[in-house]
Design a protein around this ligand. Structure first.
Ligand SMILES: [Zn+2]
Length: 161
């Protein structure tokens, strides 16, 4: 690992990131999606400034019949990253230069919104980056977007305390 000697306490940084990831998982636990529960938090400095999880829009009933039918679910569901961004818009929270901590790698649509919102980097849980998830969400397009936009994406080996 490279260090210039200024940021010497790498363990402390990882402790922060692990804590933020645990919070992302707490939000994910609120998701009613029976197949994939995703959570995300936006971090400015050392503070979580906004959060979200995947689900139907506010006020739209979490009907299990719709949630268990992918053709019905996909057009209705708001991704965790989309909820972070729209929750921030709703509350007037600035996301430029924030770090997005997410349980999963973003999809192509979310990657565009993340770039446009001004996030500086993305940290996700590498163990959720399965072949099935990558194919289903076409994450290769998102990876390409982040690379072209020069936004670092880091998959960590998250281990809950
Ligand atoms: Zn998405």
């Amino acid at each position: 690992m490279y260090t210039n000697g200024i940021v010497a306490d790498h363990a402390a940084i990882m402790k922060f990131i692990t804590f933020f990831m645990s919070q992302a998982y707490n939000w994910a636990s609120l998701s009613k999606d029976p197949s994939t529960k995703v959570g995300a938090v936006a971090v400015q400095g050392d503070q979580i400034v906004c959060s979200g999880w995947n689900g139907f829009p506010r006020g739209v009933n979490d009907d299990p019949v719709l949630l268990n039918n992918r053709e019905e679910k996909y057009p209705r569901i708001i991704h965790a990253e989309q909820n972070v961004i729209t929750n921030a818009a709703r509350e007037g929270i600035r996301l430029r230069d924030a770090v997005l901590i997410c349980t999963h790698h973003p999809c192509p649509t979310c990657s565009g919104l993340i770039i446009q919102a001004g996030f500086r980097s993305i940290i996700f849980d590498a163990k959720t980056f399965t072949d099935d998830f990558r194919m289903r969400l076409k994450t290769a397009i998102a990876e390409e977007n982040f690379a072209k936009a020069q936004i670092p994406v880091v998959g960590i080996d998250y281990k809950p305390d």
